[in-house]
Design a protein around this ligand. Structure first.
Ligand code: NAD
Length: 316
């Protein structure tokens, strides 16, 4: 598995990262056995980056990931763990007090002494000025205390990243995590890459399958896309299936193309999905992307190109 440097952190992340939200049962129930087996196979296949949050399954994902990582029985330095703070099963709280307590709780659930990355989760749901003036300074203290090695922010509207990065001193934030903006239907993150590089932050992109839109099984009930976007993505999946191709594979390959993006986080819930996604990354490295399928799928998705959905209370 290819390793890519994350900004100025010195961390080298596997190009495919393990998104652990499915371990919180957010895409349907996953047994602990399947969860452990998926994490083990991912690690054995060269995936070294695991992302979770106290929000996923109201702490379940952190708990299950913690047990699965412990069961690997390998030195802590061999895997990279990111978790988040500020978003919880019962709502948002980006206060310094809450996020400072939150990391202690996350470390306990993850059975770790430190995480590699701690991120404010979905900041568009809070006041961005509070994030700048209160939350990030609290995270900096946690970094100084060694509870996290690096800090970052996550969210959907891309404007939140420029708003915050323009208001904090250079070098304050180590990483940003964007989702659903670097896949076959929406490539808007690409435009922000030069700016993010100029700010020296590492870039993680999540949800290459657009949270299930680019799977043969289709998205979960709670998916926020418009009916128009859902139906275009379904048409793209059907096209691929009819041609004996796989939409999830094409979507992941597309997301992996930009090497300025250090890791593409894919939610995985079974050893079959881990096997498929690892094989997809290897095939891309060996033979490149399926240009014909990419072009056909691009044509099907053209009417909904870069269409997103509202998220949070910011107007970015
Ligand atoms: P995703 O686009 O990775 O899609 C996940 C869905 O695709 C799941 O249903 C999964 O079972 C399925 N899947 C995975 N591999 C497949 C394959 N080969 N074939 C068919 N289906 C497959 O979306 P996601 O899980 O929401 O995002 C990935 C990760 O990124 C999350 O788990 C989380 O760690 C992170 N994330 C963070 C944020 C944030 O911080 N705001 C937002 C979204 C995602």
């Amino acid at each position: 598995m290819e390793l890519r440097e994350l900004g100025r952190t010195g961390l080298k992340l596997s190009s495919v990262g393990f998104g652990a939200s499915p371990l919180g049962n957010v895409y349907g129930s996953v047994s602990e056995q399947d969860a452990y087996a998926s994490v083990r196979l991912a690690f054995q296949s060269g995936i070294n980056f695991f992302d979770t949050s106290p929000y996923y399954g109201s702490t379940l994902s952190e708990e299950v990931l913690g047990k699965a990582l412990k069961a690997l029985n390998v030195p802590r330095s061999e895997y990279i763990v990111a978790t988040k703070c500020g978003r919880y099963g019962d709502g948002f709280d980006f206060s310094a007090e809450r996020v400072t307590k939150s990391i202690e709780e996350s470390l306990e659930r993850l059975q770790l002494d430190y995480v590699d990355i701690l991120q404010c989760h979905d900041i568009e749901f809070g006041s961005l000025d509070q994030i700048v003036n209160e939350t990030i300074p609290a995270l900096q203290k946690l970094k100084e205390s060694g509870k996290t090695r690096f800090i970052g922010i996550t969210g959907l509207p891309l404007g939140i990243f420029t708003y915050v990065l323009d208001r904090v001193p250079p070098g304050t934030l180590d990483v940003i995590l964007s989702y659903c903006h670097h896949s076959v239907n929406d490539s808007t993150l690409e435009d922000l890459v030069p700016y993010l590089k100029s700010k020296g932050v590492g870039i993680i992109s999540a949800s290459p399958m657009a949270m299930g839109l680019f799977t043969e099984a289709g998205p979960p009930e709670w998916h926020p896309a418009s009916p128009e976007l859902k139906s275009a993505c379904k048409a793209a999946a059907t096209y691929c299936k009819e041609k004996g191709k796989n939409i999830s594979k094409l979507a992941l390959q597309y997301s992996l193309l930009n090497k300025e993006i250090s890791s593409v986080l894919v939610g995985m819930r079974s050893i079959e999905q881990v096997e498929e996604n690892v094989a997809t990354a290897r095939e891309l490295a060996a033979s490149g992307i399926d240009e014909e399928a990419l072009s056909e799928v691009g044509a099907i998705l053209k009417p909904v190109k870069n269409q997103s959905w509202p998220s949070g209370i910011q107007q970015s």
